[in-house]
Design a protein around this ligand. Structure first.
Ligand code: G6P
Length: 350
C-alpha cells in the first residue's frame, strides 16, 4: 500500500495531485463525445441522473447546457428518479454520471430510462454495469480512485460534461480554453500550504457554510460534501442569494463561511452576500482572483486563483482548494481521510 501511495500520506492527497493529468487524459475523449453528439438528432431535453459528488458534477452540466444551448436540462437524484420517469420520452437524452458505474440507485434509474429514452453513461470504471446498460458511454480517464471521497473523478466528470456542452453548443473557444486547465491546476496545487494553514486554524469548529452563485453553486455544494464526508464537521453548501432566506439566522462568529468568488458576472452580488455574513461576525474564507483589492484588504483568509481563470471554467479549479481544506482538516483531527466512517466507495444498495 505504501508503494501505491507514491510517497503521499493518503490516497486522497495523491488523487488530488493527479487532477492535472486526469484532465489531460480525459480531454482525449473529445472526438468520441463529438461522435456521440452527431447521433443525437431530435433531442430537445436532457436529464442528468446521479448521486453524491456525481450529482454535483451534473448540476454544473445544467448551467452549461442551458446557458449555451438553451436545451432544457434537469438534474435528478438517482434515488428520487422514479417520480420523474413518466416525463421522459424519445426526445429526452438521459445522462447517467457515476464514478463506479455500479451505484444501485443509478443503475435502477438507467434500466427505467432505457425503456423510453436514449441513455448516455459517463463512467470511470471500465466495463462496469452502467457501461453495459447505456446506449452510449463516455469514459472519464481519471484512473483508479481509492479514497472514498471522490476528487479526481469529479474533475474528470466535469471535463467530460464541459466537452459535451461545448460541442453541443459549437463553442470552440470554450473547447480550446479547456486545454489550459491542467496548467492552472498545477499552479493551484503548488500553493497547497496556504490551505494547510487555513485548515489548521479552523479544524475545531462545528459548522461551516460554503456559498457561491451560478456555476460556483455546485462547487459550494461539493465543498460542503467533502467536509462532511472526511472531517465529520457539519458543512452546508448554499446558493449565495438564498442565504437571506434562512441560513443567515445561523451565522455568527463561530461559523466560518467559505465564499467561492471567481471574477465575472456574479462577483458583485456574491461580495454583497459576503458582506452580509461578515457583518454578522462570520470568519470569511475566500477562494478567488488574486488581483482583487477587496480580497487583499477586507478578507481574513483567502486562497488566490490566477485571475485569467474566468467564471466559465472556475468549477474545474475552485473545487481543488476545497478538497484540500477538507483533507487537511481531516488529518488535523486525527482522522483517516481515505476511509470515512459509515461510508463506502460504491453503494450497491438502494
Ligand atoms: C458514494 C461515494 C461518493 C460518490 C457516490 C456516487 O457515496 O462515497 O464519493 O460520489 O457514492 O457514486 P458513483 O460511483 O455513482 O459516482
Amino acid at each position: 500500500e505504501m508503494a501505491q501511495k507514491e510517497g503521499y500520506d493518503y490516497f486522497m492527497l495523491k488523487e488530488i495531485h493527479e487532477q492535472d493529468s486526469a484532465i489531460r487524459d480525459t480531454l482525449s475523449e473529445k472526438d468520441k463525445i463529438a461522435e456521440i453528439i452527431s447521433n443525437l438528432d431530435g433531442i430537445n431535453r436532457i436529464c442528468f441522473v446521479a448521486c453524491g459528488t456525481s450529482f454535483h458534477a451534473s448540476l454544473t452540466g445544467k448551467y452549461l447546457i442551458e446557458s449555451m444551448s438553451g436545451i432544457s436540462t434537469d438534474v435528478i437524484l438517482a434515488s428520487e428518479f422514479k417520480y420523474s420517469a413518466n416525463t421522459l420520452d424519445e426526445n429526452t437524452l438521459v445522462i447517467f454520471i457515476s464514478q463506479s458505474g455500479e451505484t444501485a440507485d443509478t443503475l435502477k434509474a438507467l434500466k427505467v430510462a432505457k425503456k423510453t429514452s436514449k441513455t448516455l453513461a459517463i463512467v470511470n470504471v471500465l466495463g462496469s454495469s452502467a457501461t453495459r446498460e447505456a446506449d452510449f458511454v463516455i469514459y472519464t480517464r481519471a484512473g483508479p480512485e481509492i479514497g472514498v471521497a471522490a476528487t479526481k473523478t469529479y474533475i474528470s466528470q466535469l471535463v467530460c460534461i464541459y466537452m459535451f456542452a461545448a460541442i453541443l453548443a459549437d463553442n470552440k473557444e470554450l473547447l480550446n480554453t479547456l486545454n489550459e486547465v491542467p496548467d492552472y491546476i498545477s499552479e493551484v496545487l503548488s500553493k497547497e500550504d496556504v490551505i494547510k494553514d487555513i485548515a489548521s486554524k479552523y479544524s475545531d469548529v462545528n459548522d461551516f457554510f460554503f456559498i457561491g452563485r451560478g456555476l460556483s453553486y455546485p462547487t459550494a455544494l461539493e465543498g460542503a460534501l467533502k467536509l462532511k464526508e472526511i472531517t465529520y464537521i457539519h458543512g452546508e453548501g448554499y446558493a449565495a442569494g438564498e442565504l437571506k432566506h434562512g441560513p443567515l439566522a445561523l451565522i455568527d462568529d463561530d461559523v466560518p463561511v467559505v465564499v467561492v468568488l471567481p471574477p465575472g458576472d456574479n462577483y458583485k452580488k456574491t461580495v454583497s452576500n459576503l458582506e452580509e455574513v461578515k457583518a454578522r461576525g462570520a470568519h470569511v474564507i475566500v477562494i478567488g482572483s488574486c488581483e482583487n483589492d477587496f480580497i487583499k484588504t477586507e478578507v481574513e483568509d483567502s486562497f488566490c486563483i490566477n485571475d485569467k481563470v474566468k467564471e466559465i471554467i472556475a468549477p474545474l479549479l475552485y473545487v481543488i482548494p476545497l478538497q484540500l481544506l477538507s483533507y487537511y482538516i481531516s488529518v488535523e483531527r486525527g482522522l483517516d481521510p481515505d476511509k470515512p466512517k459509515n461510508l463506502a466507495k460504491c453503494v450497491t444498495v438502494e
